[in-house]
Design a protein around this ligand. Structure first.
Ligand code: SF4
Length: 380
C-alpha cells in the first residue's frame, strides 16, 4: 500500500496548496491589486474555469455595476488592401498591382456612409493595409473630406502600426503624426496590430510591422494627447500561455501610466486567430487553437488581470453567439458592433454576422439588458 498511499497523500497535499494559492490570488484580484505574471499564469493554467468566471463576474460588477451590456452600430471600411507588411495570419492584404488590389474611392465612401447613417450608426472603423504610396497628406485629406461632408461622423481609424509607418515615412514623431490626424478629424485610435505583444511572436507572424515597444509607444502618445484608444489581442496561433499573460500585463502597465483623467484604453478586446486560407496555416501548418472554453478562460483572465480597464468586450464576430453569451457571464460587459461591413477577419473564416435586432436578442437571451453605446462607451 505504502507507495500508492503516499502518492495519493502527496497529490492531496499539493492540490490543497494550489487551492490555497489560488484563494490568495483571487483575494488580491478582488481588491483590484495588480497581479504579477506568475500569479496570472497560475490562474490561467490551473484555476477551474468556473472559479475564474465567478471572480471575473464579481470584478465586472465592480467596474460596471448593473445588468447592461453594451453594443453599437458601426461600419468597417477598408481604406486600401494594399500592404507591404504581408503578415502571415492575414488573408486580406494584396501586393500593389495584383488582382483585387484597391484604394477605396470617394464615391464608395459616400454610399457606405449614407447606408451607415440610414441604419442608425455614426461611426466608421477605418482600417486597411500599409500602402507604400499613401503618406500622411492622403490621410489628412481623407479625414478632412469625410468630416466636411458628414460633420456628425466619428472616425475610429488606423492603428499603431500605421502611425509607426507614417512617422517613419514622413520623418515625424508619433506625437506629430497623431496631432495632424486628430486635427484632420481622427476621433479615436483602435488597438489594431497588437496581435501578441511579444517580439518573439511578432518576428514570426508579422516581422515587417511595429514592434511591441513601438505599439506601446504610439498608445502612450495617444494617451498623452487624450485620444480614446482600445487594446486588443489576437491569440490562438504560435504564442505560449506565458506570452498571453505578458501581453495583458504590458497593456495594464501602460494604462497605469496614462495621465489622470485621460481616456487611455477604454476597452480590451481579445479575439481568436482565424486561420482559413492564411499563410500561417497553408505554409506553416499553424491551425487556430481557438476553442470555446479557452475563449471563456481568456475573457475571465483579461477581466481579472486588467484591473484598470473598465470594459472587456467579447468578439462575437469571431466566436459566435453561444460563446459570446457565455462571455457575458465571464467578465465581459460588451459585445461590440454589428459591424455593417467587415473584410479582414471574414477573409480568414469568421462568418458570424448579426443585425441590430439579433444583437439585442442575444444580449437579452443571455440575461442582460442591451445598451446601445458610442465609441466612448457612453449609452446613446
Ligand atoms: S494584418 Fe494589416 S498590416 Fe498585416 S498584412 Fe494584413 S493589412 Fe497588412
Amino acid at each position: 500500500m505504502a507507495d500508492g498511499g503516499w502518492r495519493k497523500t502527496d497529490r492531496l497535499v499539493s492540490n490543497l496548496i494550489i487551492e490555497m494559492i489560488l484563494e490568495e490570488v483571487y483575494e488580491k484580484a478582488l481588491q483590484l491589486l495588480p497581479l504579477n505574471a506568475d500569479e496570472g499564469l497560475a490562474l490561467y493554467c490551473t484555476a477551474p474555469v468556473g472559479e475564474l468566471m465567478f471572480v471575473a463576474n464579481k470584478l465586472r460588477q465592480v467596474h460596471i455595476p448593473g445588468n447592461t451590456v453594451g453594443w453599437m452600430i458601426d461600419r468597417n471600411v477598408n481604406i486600401t488592401n494594399i500592404c507591404f507588411s504581408q503578415c502571415s495570419f492575414c488573408n486580406f492584404c494584396r501586393k500593389k498591382g495584383s488582382p483585387g488590389a484597391y484604394i477605396t474611392s470617394e464615391r464608395d465612401y459616400k454610399s457606405k456612409i449614407d447606408e451607415l447613417f440610414l441604419l442608425g450608426g455614426d461611426q466608421l472603423l477605418l482600417q486597411g493595409g500599409m500602402n507604400p504610396d499613401l503618406g500622411i497628406s492622403f490621410y489628412i485629406e481623407l479625414f478632412r473630406n469625410l468630416k466636411k461632408f458628414y460633420p456628425a461622423l466619428k472616425l475610429h481609424a488606423l492603428g499603431p502600426p500605421e502611425i509607426v509607418y507614417l512617422a517613419k515615412k514622413e520623418k515625424l514623431s508619433y506625437y506629430d503624426v497623431l496631432t495632424h490626424l486628430i486635427e484632420a478629424g481622427l476621433d479615436s485610435l483602435p488597438g489594431a496590430g497588437a496581435e501578441i505583444l511579444s517580439d518573439r511572436v511578432r518576428k514570426i507572424v508579422s516581422p515587417a510591422k511595429a514592434t511591441s515597444e513601438q505599439w506601446l509607444d504610439v498608445m502612450s502618445t495617444a494617451h498623452i494627447l487624450n485620444l480614446p484608444t482600445s487594446a486588443t489581442m489576437m491569440f490562438g496561433h504560435i504564442e505560449t500561455a506565458a506570452e498571453r499573460i505578458e501581453h495583458l500585463i504590458r497593456i495594464r502597465d501602460l494604462q497605469a501610466k496614462k495621465p489622470q483623467g485621460h481616456f487611455g484604453f477604454i476597452t480590451f478586446i481579445p479575439w481568436a486567430f482565424q486561420d482559413e486560407g492564411t499563410n500561417l496555416l497553408e505554409k506553416h501548418g499553424v491551425k487556430s487553437s481557438y476553442n470555446g472554453p479557452d475563449y471563456i478562460r481568456m475573457i475571465a483572465i483579461s477581466r481579472i488581470l486588467l484591473n484598470n480597464i473598465r470594459n472587456i468586450q467579447a468578439s462575437i464576430l469571431t466566436v459566435g453567439k453561444e460563446i459570446g453569451m457565455l462571455s457575458l457571464h465571464s467578465g465581459a460587459n460588451d459585445l461590440g458592433s454589428i459591424m455593417i461591413e467587415e473584410n479582414v477577419v471574414s477573409a480568414a473564416g469568421a462568418h458570424n454576422r448579426f443585425n441590430a435586432n439579433e444583437m439585442q436578442s442575444i444580449i437579452k437571451d443571455a440575461g442582460f439588458v442591451p445598451g446601445r453605446r458610442n465609441q466612448k462607451y457612453e449609452l446613446v
